[in-house]
Design a protein around this ligand. Structure first.
Ligand code: ADP
Ligand code: MG
Ligand code: MG
Length: 880
């Protein structure tokens, strides 16, 4: 196996093998750009090293060969005393990853070669000693775990002694003394002297890069971002070029477009007389890249030409690291750059307009998650408020409120009508009530899979977690010398992770205004429009919405919904109607039951008229009543207490005692698995019939007005075809009677949400015009999880343990629940090729899940109104 690739051997598509940095260095070399010579050791070598603790057979020999070739190319030998070749050792995985070892520059410098380096630079002693002290510092810190502050403190002291704050004022003698100091620090912490054999330095640095793959922060980051743990990192060995040789040298970073807005132009920073890390470390003030034109016009022009070439080649925004050594430009890194959600849409649309990429490609380059981000209201930052601190944006949104430090206070203040932000070191299941009461949640510890993050995302609460600068006490926190006490107002941004003191004003999203149909004049909206149109033209999946009211339905329709996939009729039974339902359920005589049903019928009909009107011409799936009985009955506990108290006082009320008996009779240990859905319809005569009649009558009424209602009646919780057949027979009779002569057509289908239904789909399809997968219940019953109980209680722990990477209620579990869907789709269609297949449940608006539903050949997904645009976009992406 080949473990080492010269920069001239690789190319950009070898990211997995050479890491992102290595693959792109190779690509730039192939393009003929000025890249310092070097080679890349593969991620496979790293995997082998991590598995066995030593370099795999043949690796050392291969490195020797490539090093010898590099020395020949450069005409210098590594660390040679007279005329040394120096190299950088740079980590670089397929995904860029904070927490991994970064880079050691100037490898090859020793007590002996430092003089040779000075001679190379025309007798520049200062430069040579500066380079040497940087090597010991970086090597000590990243390879040998010497605490970095020891070095930086020593550097500060040296500057102080010299009466300066600028390290450029340290001369050769100062730096030489600093090298001695650094060496002592090194020896004190490691127990041995700074290695004087260049080849040994190289070996140690490369092994440290390998090992850094498993550094704690890197492991944590991978878990959070769901990056597989076994990829390994590549190591790049690159001959050094020097930006710290004087005023005609320097180093900088550049973007081919603005990564925040996507605007075309020249963006970047430049620092003269500096080496690599200095730009990002912020030790001296950088100048805007445009200033390079004045400092070094020739390099500037060359850089612009290279940037244009790179953008043309990658056909995307690139970011770039470069160094100028005595007027000669060198390219040290490029990659397709990270960008904000808004910039992603803008850039994709711009590149289409410029004829650089196709619309299909533009669609691939944006995501539903980015679109969702653009739909949240956001803080208006035009007054540039300074952030108090920053954590991890764990659940998006913009929330302001009074700081509270316990769940109890959150509940109390929220009950008084206050907006609160719950601040905790970390949250645990006991904080749940407070999290529900709060507008937002802020924690000092934990990442994207912490309890706070998982629960907040599940509830749609804004959350910033892991703000580790916060020092939290019982009723206050301090950060950076400032104290925030209970009642002080905080604003938290769940996208950026920024935390502000005071109430930052919120502005509505222009993208939502656009979806609402308002005229919005903005380049972002134009870009979203271009891409959404293409998604709609491309997708095979239709997108419907879950809505129970005419108002929700109308909004969803503006957002692009093509029908209703789930109308939950039980929501229509709450409020003042609850009493009618209670009478219905508890009635002991047929006539009492019929009275209750007769009273409900016109109310239901009016609901459906609203809904069908709002969705005129589009299908509307109405689910017959589903939820557990007890939701409609008075609470057993309350009633029992009332009756007992009354009895005590001798004021017993016969009616109430009777009610208590009935409620007790119907009480269920596990209501989610009890008398609900189709079971309720089969047990309470006339209930489904009333609903079906209301649906059919509403449709006939609207047809009479010249509209085109398209009702679909859906039976919930079916597990056996017999259940569906019985209900269907009853429904068909009523429908036939009501719609006769009206031209209205009514479909009758079922939910597939009990695992048995999925496994017997071939039978069930005989009695169903359509299936709608109820993925919430199917997940619940497939896993045996009670959703309401598990998410707050222990899911965070499961995520932490990696049992699943994301909650199966958030994103469909392809292997298990997904398999049930696949089986049901295939076996159902085998029996009835025209069977309509859809999905309702929040998975319908989850990007990953939408791709899965596309793959298994469903006809539509249905999701809440706000997710409709996201589902449209992802359905389009799934189809390109
Ligand atoms: P990161 O992944 O953190 O960007 P890099 O490997 O790109 O790490 O290196 C960090 C800094 O060191 C960058 O600014 C880079 O330009 C600089 N650098 C790396 N290799 C060399 C080299 N051979 N010569 C000069 N500067 C280098
Ligand atoms: Mg870099
Ligand atoms: Mg259900």
């Amino acid at each position: 196996e080949k473990y080492v690739y010269d920069f001239s051997e690789g190319h950009k598509d070898l990211k997995e093998l050479l890491g992102g940095k290595g693959a792109n260095l190779a690509e730039m070399t192939r393009l003929g750009l000025p890249v310092p010579a070097g080679f890349t050791v593969t991620t496979r070598a790293c995997q082998a090293y991590l598995a066995t603790g030593q370099n795999p057979d043949g690796l050392d020999a291969e490195i020797d060969e490539h090093l010898a070739a590099l020395e020949r190319t450069m005409g210098r030998r590594l660390g040679d005393a007279e005329d040394p070749l120096l190299v950088s050792v740079r980590s670089g995985a397929a995904f860029s990853m904070p927490g991994m070892m970064e880079t050691v520059l100037n490898v090859g410098l020793t007590d002996a070669s430092v003089a040779g380096l000075a001679a190379q630079a025309g007798g520049n002693d200062r430069f040579a000693w500066d380079s040497y002290r940087r090597l010991i510092q970086m090597f000590g810190k990243t390879v040998c775990d010497v605490p970095g502050e020891e070095f930086s403190d020593a550097l500060e002291e040296a500057k102080k002694a010299k009466g300066t704050t600028d390290d450029l004022h340290l001369d050769a003698a100062d730096l030489r003394a600093l090298v001695d100091r650094f060496k002592r620090i090194f020896a004190k912490h490691t127990g041995y002297d700074f290695p004087q054999d260049p080849r040994e330095q190289l070996r140690l640095a490369m092994e440290a890069v390998f090992r850094s793959w498993n550094a704690e922060r890197a492991v944590l980051y991978r878990r959070q971002e769901r990056i597989p743990a076994d990829l390994g990192t590549a190591v790049n060995v690159c001959s050094m070029v020097f930006g710290n040789l004087g005023a005609d040298s320097g180093t900088g970073v550049a973007f081919t477009r603005d990564p925040a807005s996507g605007a075309q132009g020249i963006y970047g920073d430049y620092l003269s007389n500096a080496q690599g890390e200095d730009v990002v470390a912020g030790i001296r003030n950088t100048v805007p890249l445009e200033d390079l034109q004045r400092l070094d016009a020739k390099s500037y022009e060359e850089l612009l030409a290279i940037m244009a070439k790179l953008e043309g080649h990658y056909r995307d925004l690139c970011d770039i690291e470069f160094t100028i050594e005595r007027g000669k430009l060198w390219m040290l890194q490029t990659r397709v750059g990270k960008r904000t959600a808004a910039a992603a849409f803008r850039i994709a649309a711009q590149l289409v307009n410029e004829g650089v990429i196709t619309l299909d490609e533009a669609l691939r380059r944006v995501s539903g998650a980015q679109l969702a981000q653009l739909m949240f209201p956001r803080f208006d930052l035009s007054d540039e408020p300074a952030a108090l601190t920053k954590g991890i944006g764990a659940s998006p949104g913009a929330a302001s409120g009074k700081a509270v430090f316990s769940a109890q206070r959150a509940v109390e203040l929220a009950a008084e009508g206050e907006d609160v932000i719950l601040v905790r070191r970390e949250t645990n299941p006991e904080d749940l009530a407070g999290m529900i009461a709060a507008r937002g949640i802020l924690t000092a510890r934990g990442g994207k899979t912490s309890h706070a993050a998982v629960v907040a995302r599940g509830m749609g609460r804004t959350c910033v977690c892991g703000a580790d600068e916060l020092e939290i006490a019982r009723d206050r926190f301090t950060v950076d010398g400032q104290t925030v006490a209970e009642g002080d107002v905080l604003s938290i941004d769940g996208t950026t992770g920024r935390v502000y003191l005071g109430a930052v004003p919120v502005q509505p999203s222009e993208v939502v205004q656009y979806f609402e149909g308002d005229e919005v004049d903005s380049t972002l909206v134009e870009a979203v429009d271009t891409i959404m149109r293409h998604a709609d033209a491309t997708r095979r999946l239709a997108v419907r919405t879950n809505a129970d009211t005419g108002e929700d339905a109308a909004r969803a329709r503006r957002f692009g919904a093509e029908g209703i996939g789930l109308c939950r009729t039980e929501h229509m039974f709450l409020g003042d109607r609850k009493e009618l339902v209670e009478r219905l359920i508890l009635s002991s005589t047929e006539s009492a039951r019929n009275d209750a049903l007769a009273a409900l019928l016109p109310l239901q009909r009016a609901d459906f008229v609203d809904l069908f009107r709002a969705m005129d011409g589009l299908p509307v799936t109405v689910r017959l009543i589903d939820p557990p009985l007890h939701e409609f009955l008075p609470s057993l506990e309350e009633l029992a207490v009332n009756v007992a108290v009354a009895r005590e006082r001798g004021e017993e009320n016969a009616e109430e005692a009777q009610l208590l008996d009935a409620v007790r009779r119907m009480h269920e240990q596990n209501p989610m698995l009890g008398l609900r859905g189709v079971r309720l319809g089969l047990v309470i005569p006339g209930l489904f019939a009333m609903q079906v009649r209301a649906i059919a009558e509403a449709a006939v009424q609207l047809a009479g007005e010249g509209l085109h209602p398209r009702p679909e009646i859906m039976v919930p919780l079916v597990g056996a075809v017999q259940e569906l057949e019985m209900v269907r027979q009853e429904c068909e009779q009523i429908v036939a009677e009501v719609v006769a002569g009206s031209g209205v057509e009514v479909l009758i289908g079922t939910m597939i949400e009990v695992p048995r239904a999925a496994l017997t789909a071939g039978q069930i399809a005989e009695a169903a015009d359509f299936f709608s997968f109820g993925t919430n219940d199917l997940t619940q019953m497939g896993w045996g999880f009670s959703r309401d109980d598990v998410e707050g209680a222990f899911f965070w722990r499961y995520l932490e343990l990696g049992i699943f990477g994301i909650s199966p209620f958030e994103s469909i579990d392809r292997d298990g629940v997904g398999r049930l869907i696949r089986i049901a789709a295939e076996e159902g269609r085998a029996v009835r090729p025209d069977l309509k297949l859809g999905v309702c449940g929040e998975h319908g608006g989850d990007p990953e899940s939408v791709h899965f539903f596309h793959e298994v050949g469903l006809d539509y997904v249905s999701c809440s109104p706000f997710r409709v645009p996201v589902a449209r976009l992802e359905a389009g992406r799934a189809a390109v």
